[in-house]
Write a new protein. Structure first.
Length: 499
């Protein structure tokens, strides 16, 4: 490694640390973090080919992330780390590795350490990247395998076995977040289509492209074996992108605003780079063609869907920062450094503003620890279940009913074709419906994309405690005779059975 590379990587790693370490424990585990943490715990206790949540197999994610997350959780517990940090270690670690994978990927493409430096620095200080690497989510892990796989794909002409390594990494990526990994073969084919078409007929290259289809078939077989999940990845993707309940133009406009916000104050460099990029490297145009699909995916409040395209955005930003001689001059260096500092200020403001928000999932879970026969009903709040199980892993009889997402017009139950169906009706039908009824489903993917009420772990027991997440008291009154025993920040009302 050259001294120039070492200097650039040291700067990148310092910036990476400054954007992560002060904020990694700013918040407790929230939403999907709580779900993944609990599913990891259950995988550690009883490893299976399909993830388990509260005793039932679920199709929310393939097994890859939980296999990778397991040693980090075991390490965190062995070192007696804070519980929130323990379940974020894998995300933090792979985010760090991506500093190197992305730097050498871009350098491999252009043999330009300066472009690799600017592009990687932009990526690692981007808000979406910072957000997911400070959370116990799959995206940072996925992005390492995407960037590492592309590095070996682009390096493959110097050693054909690199293609096989790239295919192996793509295989793992699919087991982490399924269809998001399809970006790897798409970009590999586009790259060599423009650079050297003969590579497209190379035996090792063609063999490596089979790893994603093989992974897709294996995931489908595993899902189908226990829950009839064959083809669920494709079906849920199509449902998500059908736009049936949204105005396409409005959604794309609002989602594009999110994308622009993720670029942040680098928008000037990005706009300048777009003018030059076609002459600089047409391949980046093909990479950016992923953006419309990814922007649409981000429209439900998940900007991390943009991450597979952000390395290309970083390259465009780098090209836009160069002068006419394609050099990164002192003025551009000063402006770029200033924008990184301003981005850090925004990140600090964001975390300081949300640090005072109520930690209601954690507080409610800790209150319910040691209590059996619990029903958690209402909006999606898996953190409550995680924190309860984290203290009291031997709890008996706990059921969760997810009736929707927090916010207006987010009540599930669309399968009734009645958009006015109330949360009351969904809760009542979900709790009292017999096992096998169509009134609920235990497939997390269907709950969110098909908007079906979800019910997991409910065995028909009489609830002693009811945690109502965002439900009105009249809903609880219809279920039974309960007395309010704890109000958690007005978000979760915990009731105890009376009499």
């Amino acid at each position: 490694m050259k001294n120039e590379d070492k200097m650039y990587l040291v700067i990148i790693c310092v910036v990476w640390a400054v954007f992560r370490f002060p904020f990694i424990q700013a918040l407790p585990l929230q939403l999907d973090e709580g779900l993944y943490a609990q599913m990891t715990n259950q995988f550690i206790q009883n490893p299976t080919l399909q993830p388990v949540f509260m005793g039932e197999t679920v199709s929310w994610r393939p097994i890859g992330y939980f296999v990778i997350n397991t040693p980090f959780v075991i390490l965190g517990k062995a070192l007696a780390l804070d519980v929130d940090l323990t379940y974020r270690l894998s995300s933090l670690f792979f985010s760090f590795l991506t500093c190197f994978a992305l730097y050498f990927l871009i350098k491999e493409m252009y043999n330009r350490p300066d472009i690799a430096f600017v592009g990687t620095l932009f990526y690692q200080s981007n808000f979406a990247t910072v957000f997911v690497s400070n959370r116990g989510l799959t995206d940072s892990v996925l992005m390492f395998f995407i960037t590492a796989s592309l590095y070996f794909y682009f390096k493959g002409k110097t050693g054909k076995n690199y293609f096989l390594v790239a295919g192996g990494l793509a295989f793992i990526a699919y087991f982490i977040k399924t269809v998001m990994a399809v970006a790897i073969p798409f970009l590999a084919i586009c790259y060599w289509l423009l650079k050297d078409r003969k590579v497209l007929f190379d035996r090792q290259f063609l063999l490596s492209l089979l790893t994603i289809p093989v992974a897709a078939v294996l995931v489908a077989i595993i899902m189908n074996a226990s829950n009839g999940q064959l083809g669920s990845d494709i079906s849920t993707l199509l449902v998500k992108f059908d736009g049936g309940h949204s105005n396409f133009a409005e959604v794309m406009i609002s989602a594009s605003v999110v994308f622009i916000a993720m670029i942040g104050m680098f928008i000037g460099f990005f706009a300048s780079g777009l003018k030059k990029i076609a002459n600089f490297d047409p391949f980046i145009i093909m990479w950016l063609c992923m953006l419309p699909v990814l922007i649409w995916g981000s429209q439900v409040g998940m900007p991390w869907y943009l991450l597979p395209a952000m390395p290309a955005v970083g390259i465009v930003v780098a090209v836009g920062a160069f002068d006419k001689k394609t050099k990164f001059d002192k003025f551009a260096s000063f402006v770029f450094a200033f924008l990184v500092l301003m981005t850090l200020a925004i990140v600090v403001y964001y975390y300081s503003s949300i640090a005072t928000e109520p930690q209601y999932e954690k507080e409610a879970g800790q209150y319910l620890a040691g209590k059996d026969n619990v029903v958690v009903a209402g909006y999606y709040a898996p953190g409550l279940l995680f924190y309860k199980y984290n203290i009291d892993s031997k709890t008996k009889n706990i059921c969760t009913i997810v009736t929707g997402l927090k916010g207006a017009n987010n009540t599930f139950g669309a399968q009734t074709n009645d958009p006015a169906k109330s949360a009351d009706d969904v809760v009542l039908s979900a709790y009292f419906a017999p096992i096998g009824s169509n009134e609920y489903d235990n497939r997390w993917t269907d709950a969110f994309w098909d908007r079906r009420p979800l019910k997991v772990g409910c065995g028909g027991f009489e609830p002693e405690y009811l945690a109502a997440v965002g439900l009105q008291p009249r809903t609880v009154a219809k279920i039974g005779n309960f007395t309010l025993v704890k109000n958690v920040s007005g978000e979760i009302l915990i009731y105890k059975k009376s009499g």
